[in-house]
Write a protein that binds this ligand. Structure first.
Ligand code: FES
Length: 122
């Protein structure tokens, strides 16, 4: 018995073009505990700014990664700092502590930020 290939028709234009060489990065969802609110964080956007854009206030002062006023902890997901020397020790980073004024989401996140509050109701 001879096997035959199944041909489903001509390739779609997208399939014919191959993988997108310049995929558009997508925003990640960030949930703030214990507030229970979410916001979207675009690639390259600081978590602090993204939260503010969504009407969520996280504590902040210097906004450049030195004062630690904004220090909070990622209890789920991955984030990275946008500057080389943020005011967080290697041990703190390993425990998930981060400075949202100079950090971006690398995946969906859950932040533990007890002092966060919402500027308006959903
Ligand atoms: S606001 Fe100062 S370290 Fe984030």
């Amino acid at each position: 018995m001879q096997e035959r290939a199944i041909v489903a028709g001509p390739p779609t234009p997208e399939a014919a073009a191959g993988p997108d060489p310049h995929p558009v990065p997508t925003a990640h969802s960030v949930r703030v505990q214990p507030l229970g609110r979410r916001f979207a964080a675009a690639p390259g956007q600081s978590l602090l700014r993204a939260a503010e854009d969504a009407g969520i206030e996280l504590p902040s002062s210097c906004r450049n990664g030195t004062c630690r006023t904004c220090l909070c902890r990622a209890v789920q997901g991955q984030a990275r700092h946008l500057i080389d020397w943020p005011g967080v020790s290697a041990e703190e980073k390993a425990e998930g502590w981060l400075l949202p004024c100079v950090a971006e989401a690398c995946s969906d996140l859950v932040l533990d930020a007890p002092s966060a509050f919402a500027l308006f109701d959903e």
